[in-house]
Design a protein around this ligand. Structure first.
Ligand code: DX5
Ligand code: ZN
Length: 221
């Protein structure tokens, strides 16, 4: 199954004193997905924003149709999925690394009316998520260690994308394959060549000299 490329700009690279305006830039460029990075200061050494802000973004008229791709970088994500679903998330992705009931949490995300996603850090092997693949809408391969925007893309993650794409083809799974971290005009096409279809970009989108050109380029990948 092949999906056409989607660009999901990460609000982490936007102006945090004007998050609503920064988020509204995304549909203004004709883009459907917005990536929201939620950090707890435990699973990753940084803090961002919580469900109240996501709910406030959802209330912005410009964002009514925008797909909220919510990436939870939390030690205990199962405690917060209801709050982020109620806040208006369309997809909620959770990391494989912390110890909680992954399968039940992924099922619960769907019960709450959202799509679900499972996320792997750069040093986590693909086998860690293998048994969950029939039950997910998206697999996110981190291409940097999560916590901060603006880091360099890790080339050693490309093989994992190829494996996850191959497993998708061999088994007829329907998940989207997403990458996050250091994705730009050079690294994005390398991921696309491995079968990736969903591209998170913080710095490369928000700090681009020519955002429409960047968004158009991704469509051609
Ligand atoms: C990192 C976050 C990313 C981040 C990517 O922990 O998960 O979504 O915003 O930023 P760039 O594209 O600048 O590497
Ligand atoms: Zn992210």
């Amino acid at each position: 199954m092949s999906h056409s490329p989607i660009l999901a700009p990460s609000l982490l690279a936007g102006d945090h004193a004007a998050l609503g305006d920064s988020a509204a830039v995304v549909p203004a460029h004709g883009l459907k997905w917005l990536h929201l990075d939620i950090m707890d200061g435990h699973f990753v050494p940084n803090l961002t924003f919580g469900p109240e802000i996501v709910a406030a973004l959802r209330r912005r008229p410009e964002l009514v149709e925008t797909f909220f791709d919510t990436h939870l970088m939390l030690d205990e994500p199962h405690r917060y999925i209801e709050a982020f679903a109620n806040a208006g998330s369309n997809l909620i992705s959770v990391h494989i690394e912390p110890d909680y009931d992954h399968r039940a949490t992924l099922a619960k995300i769907r019960e709450l009316g959202c799509q679900n996603g499972i996320v792997l850090n750069p040093d986590t092997p693909t086998t860690a998520v293998q048994t969950l693949l029939p039950w997910v809408d998206l697999v996110l391969v981190m291409t940097v260690q999560p916590g901060f925007g603006g880091q360099s893309f890790r080339e050693d993650t490309l093989d994992k994308m190829a494996t996850l794409h191959r497993w998708r083809e061999e088994n007829g799974y329907g998940y989207r394959l997403e990458v996050d971290g250091g994705v730009d005009l050079t690294t994005g096409p390398k991921c696309r060549a491995q079968g990736v279809d969903t591209f998170v970009a913080g710095t490369a989108f928000f700090k681009a000299a020519d955002r429409p050109a960047f968004a158009e380029a991704v469509e051609q990948w």
